[in-house]
Ligand binder design. Structure first.
Ligand SMILES: [Zn+2]
Length: 79
């Protein structure tokens, strides 16, 4: 039983790991059609992961989602 509980905890831990806590750039293989981009709490642009405008806040979304929410492409990082 102990082993089952442990694997359950591991599974939950993996699901709830917040991606924004990772400072280094994780290389993501995007298999889906939608490109992963990032928006900020206050801005009206969407950005590449490495963009300097993401220092304040970084909210992961998809390009499609960002566009449908009225966001425009950042002119600095050109996502
Ligand atoms: Zn940008």
């Amino acid at each position: 039983m102990k082993k089952l509980l442990l694997s359950l905890i591991l599974a939950i831990g993996m699901l709830s790991t917040p991606s924004f806590s990772h400072e280094h750039h994780a290389i993501q293989n995007v298999h889906k059609k939608d490109k992963i981009v990032y928006i900020t709490r206050t801005g009206a642009k969407y950005h590449e992961s490495s963009c300097r405008y993401l220092r304040q806040s970084k909210i992961q979304t998809t390009k499609k989602e960002a566009i449908s929410n009225g966001y425009d492409a950042c002119k600095v990082c050109k996502p």
